[in-house]
Design a protein around this ligand. Structure first.
Ligand code: PGA
Length: 266
């Protein structure tokens, strides 16, 4: 594939999961933005997004806009429906009103903890795109999948299902997150992550053509920290990282964002 001409801006995304209430969220984002300001971080060179719990979104949005912090906001989930009698759900249009740019769909903690299947993930993906949000489509194999079918088969199937009903040219981000690597301290090797991310991009190319596949960012997630991030982001098909645990610590997350400044031995 010829994607040499297209430059993809790396995306460093922090998935806070169910951590930090809205008061803690404000303090956290303030510290993070001060640290990045001191380091003269260029948000145009390396994009930064945080994915707080729903109850924090309004507070973080207000802070980002009042202090003109060019950090992007993401949500952790979205309803497949628009409005109506769906107790507990949050519509994509509500998130868009809060200047939320991104939303996670298909995170393994939702697939496994809440029984979300490929069909529901596809419906959420479509709802997000329909409201102008960029879905971050999370895919990844379990340890058993890895043993039985290799690393790429399940993530590619999950991706194909999620984008099946999407119009061409929809902006999406893909996050390859091996389930066995999430929250375990065992990240995939950079080579394995690269080979699955390349397979995911190839599958996008088959569906949407090479231009769109070359533009789409494919992230890696699963035990990313400031020690391993630089070696992961050296690879050509990996355009950013989705960080869980290490995104709760503002100093550690700031170090991850500044991965270009530190070269690791890994
Ligand atoms: P982790 O989580 O960085 O704590 O492994 C990643 C994720 O679940 O998105």
């Amino acid at each position: 594939m010829n994607d040499q001409q297209i430059t993809r801006v790396p995306l460093i995304a922090g998935n806070w999961k169910m951590n930090l209430d809205h008061l803690q969220a404000i303090a956290h984002v303030q510290k993070l933005s001060w640290t990045l300001k001191d380091a003269r971080h260029d948000y145009g060179e390396v994009e930064v997004a945080v994915f707080p719990p729903f109850t924090d979104l309004r507070s973080v949005q207000t802070l980002l806009s009042a202090d003109r912090i060019p950090m992007k906001l993401g949500a952790q989930d979205v309803s497949p429906n628009s409005v109506g009698a769906y107790t507990g759900d949050i519509a994509a249009s509500f998130l868009a009103k809060l200047e939320t740019s991104y939303v996670l769909v298909g995170h393994s903690e939702r697939r496994h903890g809440h029984g979300e299947d490929d069909q529901l993930v596809a419906a959420k993906t479509k709802a997000a795109v329909g409201s102008g949000l960029v879905p971050v489509i999370c895919v990844g194999e379990t340890a058993e999948d890895l043993e039985e079918r290799g690393a790429a088969a399940v993530p590619v199937e999950q991706l194909n299902a999620a984008v099946a009903a999407l119009p061409k040219d929809s902006e999406i981000v893909i996050a390859y997150e091996p389930v066995w690597a999430i929250g375990t301290g065992n990240s995939a090797t950079p080579e394995q992550a690269e080979s699955v991310c390349a397979a995911l991009r190839h599958s996008l190319e088959e569906k949407f053509g090479s231009e769109q596949a070359s533009r789409t960012r494919v992230l890696y997630g699963g035990s990313v920290n400031s020690q391993n991030v630089a070696s992961i982001l050296r690879l050509p098909n990996i355009d950013g990282v989705l960080v869980g645990g290490a995104s709760i610590d503002s100093q550690e997350f700031a170090r991850i964002v500044q991965y270009r400044k530190h070269v690791t031995a890994a």
